[in-house]
Design a protein around this ligand. Structure first.
Ligand code: ZN
Ligand code: ZN
Ligand code: FE
Length: 751
């Protein structure tokens, strides 16, 4: 008889790990205990030594579906007087770093809800240890039912039996429930009158949606607005009521087969659509079957997601394509509080279909696109949050708080070598997003029992997140480290792949604060561990009017025009000027006398070209014009136009001139857009080669929001195929990944 204590870390909580351990021990006739602790799971086993060894082997090889073992320590210990194997409920244990993410129903649970003989037929909150809500319902840790929003639903006898049944997949499934004992849906009109409950509420809401109404639906992480994506009239109404003129709306397809009628889906994309995280996947449209034009104007792609909660399966017919967009007001964070929802949805939704399971932590839907078979995250939220990202050099680091950046804000903390990022919160210019930043930081501290002793902020002095980090540091008397924005973008990828050697980081981005007081964003950075050196960049252009010029790209375009044609302006540009908003002449006159901040931003170059091609004079949502410029290029093959490489400067002016010449030659905007993309790809490649040869570098990192442009990303990867090119897949390309890079840099700067 031998006895061992085994300690396991990784994703081992909330995924049915303890029941799995218990089952395995019983099979091998071992006695002992298993319990969650602060950093993972502790197992005590005793029995025949060979069986104990086999137990450890099978523990790793037969791990439950969504589990992940990062470390496993096994030490001999004293044999105790035990006659069974039991799960010990975690008491007085502080939180742990490995709370699971919310998962779509597993195959087995889906069968339950689709089987008329099953007691869970059509029950919308069905789950088991392999699936169901996690992060959004957990109030505090360790993960036990009484610490979730399920605590107000005492289990009925049948559910309790399942919960206690060692052999079943609902053994210790904390959110276990059925129609008798669990949460339920209610359909209300906007006056708060209850129209129906339970399955009737589903059926009625379905009919309302089919008949052209807008229904607010409470999801796993927040409220959605739902309407039929094939009825133009209702989609337009939704846009008007929400004040969202153009931003593409996500759609939920009732089934994969239905989705395939509207978009092309590769194997990898199908895998993502069906993954337990069920993100929105950006997919190329099939033109034959069309959705209402207002769903995604100007877009060749559609953002599609499949049902991600059991109740979606009873609500959304399998042949339906429904708009499923977040219900919050533009700029606000996710709407998840029931009282607030009832108030704010007045005048927006016709009906409210809500359940009575409280959402403790709000999360948006995640957004992903596949590029060169790699999933590129655009928004990392539901289904991914709060799974930790292993970052080896963080191993010996104390806990740090990395504040991220102001756009697409997400902060991060680490517990040892695990980086835990917050969900996407929004843009910090909005008060409610600022509030959410504070409350989520506090939640993370409590949930994961983390007490940062170091704060890392973006070097931008005006960022709210930076100020917030400083206030936090002051309150707790902690040191603050500043990190340059694009350096952090590169470092996020260093962290993901644990790259220790020097790399060339190519960061094309919006605008980020540069150490020289200018705004960077078209950068070729030599990076090695915490060291960074700018070795080349896109040429500078000013932002006439600062922030306004970011919103209204015609302003910078006008500056380019003025530089290129000081006296005689081509006819096409004369024409273009006529489309500009009133007051442009004044700016034109004032410009030589204005103090203007200089920027090397790649994002702004895309904006300038979009403006010159007549796509619009202001963004109706973040990066709209650049996104629509890319869409135009999808249908054409590009040629390489003239662009100058001037030593370490990639000359944007020469490329803008080429674009205008194309306009003069009467090329179509689609063709010009394709040429513009192709040219930029080619010259980024040329510049990258120069940099790599000079510094003897073989690793290249592509990052920054501009690389969310699929044509650009694919093109540059292809162009630089003789190098080892890395792109971020664990954190977003955009500023949502900044916190991860900040953590990596923090760990080196601390040494
Ligand atoms: Zn399940
Ligand atoms: Zn029940
Ligand atoms: Fe950025």
């Amino acid at each position: 008889m031998k006895a061992y204590t085994i300690h396991v870390t990784g994703i081992v909580q909330g995924i049915g790990f303890r029941p799995f351990v218990s089952k395995l021990a019983h099979e091998l006739r071992l006695v002992g205990t298993v319990r969650n602790d602060t950093s993972g799971v502790e197992i005590h086993i005793q029995g025949v030594d060979a069986d104990c060894q086999l137990f450890v082997e099978r523990l790793q090889s037969e791990l439950p579906m969504h589990g992940r073992i990062d470390t496993l320590q096994m030490e001999p210990t004293d044999v105790q007087a035990l006659d069974d194997f039991t799960i010990i409920l975690s008491q007085d244990v502080k939180g742990n770093a490995f709370i699971g993410a919310d998962m779509a129903p597993c195959e087995a649970c889906l069968r339950d809800i689709q089987d008329p003989e099953n007691r869970r037929f059509h029950y919308g909150f069905t789950n088991c240890t392999n699936c169901g809500p996690r992060y959004t319902i957990i109030e505090s840790t360790p993960y036990d039912r009484d610490k979730t929003s399920m605590k107000v639903f005492p289990m009925c006898e049948d559910c309790q039996t399942e919960y206690d049944d060692l052999s079943g997949r609902r053994y210790h499934a904390e959110p276990n429930a059925c129609e008798q004992c669990g949460p339920m849906f209610t359909l209300k009109d906007t006056d708060g009158r209850v129209l129906a409950t339970g399955q009737d509420a589903m059926e009625q809401a379905k009919v309302y949606i089919q008949n052209g109404s807008i229904v607010a639906l409470k999801g796993v992480g927040g409220y959605h607005l739902v309407c039929d994506a094939l009825q133009e009239r209702v989609v337009l109404t939704l846009r008007q009521r929400k004040g969202r003129p153009r931003k593409p709306l996500a759609v939920m397809a009732g089934s994969l087969e239905t989705a395939k009628q509207y978009v092309y889906i590769s194997e990898r994309e199908e895998e993502l659509l069906l993954s337990p995280a069920r993100p929105i996947v950006l997919l190329r449209r099939v033109r034959k079957y069309n959705v209402a034009p207002s769903v995604a104007p100007g877009m060749e792609t559609l953002g599609i997601l499949l049902p991600y909660a059991p109740y979606h399966y009873s609500l959304v017919p399998s042949d339906a394509l429904w708009v499923m967009t977040s219900a919050n007001r533009s700029g606000d964070p996710v709407l998840y509080d029931d009282m607030q929802a009832e108030e704010e949805l007045q005048g927006i939704a016709d009906y409210i279909l809500a359940h009575n399971r409280e959402i403790i932590s709000p999360v948006d839907d995640s957004v992903v696109q596949v590029v060169q078979n790699e999933p590129i995250l655009i928004r990392r939220s539901r289904g991914y949050i709060p799974l930790s990202i292993p970052v080896v050099p963080l191993e010996k680091s104390p806990t740090m708080l990395a504040m991220g950046a102001d756009m697409k804000a997400a902060f991060g903390m680490n517990r040892g070598s695990h980086a835990i990022l917050s969900p996407y919160m929004g843009d910090m210019e909005h008060q409610r997003v600022q509030d959410l930043l504070w409350s989520t930081t506090k939640r993370y501290e409590e949930l994961f029992q983390l007490q940062p002793i170091q704060v890392i902020v973006d070097a931008h002095p005006g960022y709210y997140t930076s100020q917030c980090g400083r206030t936090y540091a002051e309150k707790h008397q902690l040191p603050v480290i500043e990190v340059q924005h694009h350096h952090a973008h590169v470092a996020a990828v260093l962290a993901e792949y644990n790259i220790q050697e020097p790399v060339l980081g190519i960061c094309f981005d919006g605008t980020g604060y540069g150490p020289d007081g200018t705004l960077w964003g078209g950068e070729f950075l030599y990076c090695h561990k915490e060291h960074m050196e700018r070795i080349a960049h896109l040429s500078y252009a000013p932002l006439p009017g600062g922030e306004v010029a970011v919103r209204e790209p015609w302003r910078q375009a006008l500056w380019y025009v003025k530089q290129l044609y000081p006296s005689e302006v081509p006819a096409v540009i004369e024409q273009w000027k006529k489309t500009l908003p009133k007051g442009w002449e004044l700016l034109d006159k004032m410009m030589p006398h204005m103090q203007m901040v200089q920027s090397s931003s790649g994002g702004r170059l895309f904006d300038t070209v979009s403006s010159l091609l007549g796509l619009g004079y202001e963004h109706l949502y973040d990066a709209q014009l650049a996104i629509e410029l890319e869409q135009l290029a999808l249908s054409e093959n590009g040629n390489i136009l003239d662009m100058k490489l001037d030593g370490t400067v990639l000359d944007a002016m020469s490329l803008v001139r080429s674009v205008i010449e194309q306009l003069e030659n009467g090329e179509s905007v689609a063709k010009i857009s394709a040429n513009f993309h192709r040219t930029l790809i080619y010259y980024i490649g040329q510049m990258a080669r120069r940099c790599c040869e000079e510094r003897h570098i073989s690793h290249i990192i592509l990052c920054g929001g501009v690389f969310q442009n699929r044509i650009l990303l694919e093109g540059v990867i292809e162009e630089l195929r003789e190098y080892i090119v890395h792109v971020p897949t664990q954190s977003p390309m955009n500023d949502g990944g900044i916190a991860l890079g900040q953590l990596w840099l923090g760990s080196y700067m601390n040494r």
